[in-house]
Write a protein that binds this ligand. Structure first.
Ligand code: NDP
Ligand code: 2IT
Length: 455
């Protein structure tokens, strides 16, 4: 429902006061401010005529995490040096299910980044239709250049404290940047040892010890399924489109894989050092080579250029290359306003966010202003956590579903998320998926919070 001029002016003033208060209460947390701002600018106008939510101060309560657990992680490196890192788990909101969300190991991890990720996770998980609350955690540990033994010792030390705060009905961590199959295995092994129990308290586990088929692929596949749904609203398809992908980790890899399967031409991938541009397109063989490079040899994407004769652009991101479909799958704020203008200028018709908050607010504004099909992270990359939810179900039932069964459920969930975004984000002949995802995600969590009374 469109607001009157007076209501709009009231909402604008409220949003300014709200954001000023949030910044005052959370100084030095720019990523958290950004994630809340992107959400609140849709939610505040939505709440304008909804007295129940407003009287209950739902937005104020939603932006304050249930708790933040911070702990010291000590371990010994291969040269016998004692190393100290900081571990954190942000348990943001468990109104609709146990806390659920990944762990990130990266040198720049801090409280601002983990709070932004935990906040986004609450609404992403709500969109999946599964009963999962939101959390995020991690450490300022840099896995680059560490031996397997060092990573194992770090993971065991990290879990030795985290174990007190998690459990199958309490909080179920998973992977994120720097936490893949290897790390989840070390973490789960230590959890199992300390608790002397075998429950699905982590997801993304190996297939021989409770993992779900398709979990590894889920975020990337889901991101492409979401893109396909968006394209279908304009009678378009992936086949024949030039696709730009950033990153070369888990999400980027399986985004590229599904795009190739569906006939897309993937011409870029990247890592934190730069990007490769392969004008002939990355095919299955080349992608398999990248997978080996990144998960086994743990090398740099620059090596691809030498091996396959592509261009390599040191210190740059792929957004200057002309493409129809854009999949930022590396990290937050990797796509800025100028990049968005360049992409739009080069004719890009769709952005589907595999990473969390990869586009700045200014970049999002450019895409929305130009009516680009823009799938925000909390909708487009929800396939990963959705299949984590399916892994929990299988663990609870002590059985495992086939690849086809899980993939079909993932596709069904991505379609439902797309429909929720359309239902809540339609603006004339354009669907504002950012608004749709924010409002749909908000309603389920907000209604549960209202029902509980003041908590
Ligand atoms: P990985 O660790 O597997 O891969 C991360 C990729 O991003 C690597 O190519 C890495 O390059 C690059 N990268 C990391 N930090 C930076 C940086 N500061 N600047 C440029 N590039 C960077 O992580 P995932 O693929 O799991 O995660 C990627 C994104 O997807 C994150 O935003 C994550 O939160 C999000 N996500 C992940 C899900 C999952 O299931 N794993 C689910 C939903 C979202 P390098 O190797 O040089 O570090
Ligand atoms: O950002 C995310 O959704 C993830 N890193 C996956 C979380 C999960 O619990 O599978």
């Amino acid at each position: 429902m469109a607001l009157t001029k007076t209501q709009q002016a009231h909402a604008d003033a409220y949003l300014r006061r709200f954001m000023a208060g949030l910044k005052r209460r959370n100084p030095g947390q720019p990523e958290f401010h950004q994630a809340v701002h992107e959400f609140a600018r849709d939610i505040v106008p939505f709440l304008e005529d909804k007295k129940d939510y407003k009287d209950a101060h739902i937005l104020d309560r939603m932006t304050e995490p249930d708790r933040v657990i911070v702990f010291r992680v000590c371990w010994v490196d291969d040269d016998n040096n004692v190393r100290v890192n900081r571990g954190t788990r942000v348990q943001f909101n468990n109104s609709i299910g146990p806390y659920k969300g990944g762990l990130r190991f990266h040198k720049n991890v801090n409280i601002s980044i983990l709070k932004f990720l935990g906040f986004e996770q609450v609404f992403k998980n709500s969109l999946t239709t599964l009963p999962m609350g939101g959390a995020k955690g991690g450490a300022n540990f840099n896995p680059h250049g560490k031996s397997d033994q060092e990573v194992m010792r770090f993971c065991q030390a990290f879990m030795t404290e985290l174990v007190r705060h998690i459990g199958p009905d309490t909080d179920i961590p998973a992977g994120d940047i720097g936490v893949g199959a290897r790390e989840v295995s070390y973490l789960f092994g230590q959890y199992k040892r300390l608790r002397n129990e075998f429950t699905g308290t982590m997801t993304g586990k190996g297939l021989s010890f409770g993992g779900s088929l398709i979990r590894t692929e889920a975020t990337g596949y889901g991101c492409v399924y979401f893109a396909r749904e968006m394209l279908a609203t304009r009678g378009e398809e992936i086949r024949g489109k030039t696709c730009l992908v950033s990153g070369s980790g888990n999400v980027a890899h399986y985004t590229a894989e599904k795009l190739i399967q569906l006939g897309g031409k993937v011409v870029t991938m990247s890592d934190s050092s730069g990007f490769i541009h392969d004008k002939d397109g990355i095919d299955e063989e080349k992608l398999a080579w990248i997978g080996e490079l990144k998960t086994k040899r743990r090398g740099r994407i620059a090596e691809y250029a030498e091996k396959w004769g592509a261009d390599y652009h040191e210190g740059k991101r792929p957004w200057g290359v002309a493409g129809d479909l854009v999949f930022p799958c590396a990290t937050q704020n990797e796509l800025e306003e100028e990049d968005a203008k360049t992409l739009v200028g080069n004719g890009c018709m769709l952005v589907s966010e595999g990473a969390n908050m990869p586009s700045t607010i200014e970049a999002i504004n450019v895409f929305l202003d130009h009516k680009v099909l823009f799938g925000p992270a909390k909708a487009a990359n929800a396939g990963g956590v959705a299949v984590s939810g399916l892994e929990q179900s299988q663990n609870a039932m002590r059985l495992s579903w086939s690849r086809e069964e899980v993939d079909a459920q993932l596709l069904d969930i991505m379609r439902k998320i797309h429909q929720s975004c359309v239902d809540h984000g339609r603006e004339g002949d354009y669907v504002n998926y950012v608004k749709g995802a924010n409002i749909a995600g908000f309603i389920k969590v907000g209604d549960a919070m209202l029902a509980y009374g003041v908590l």
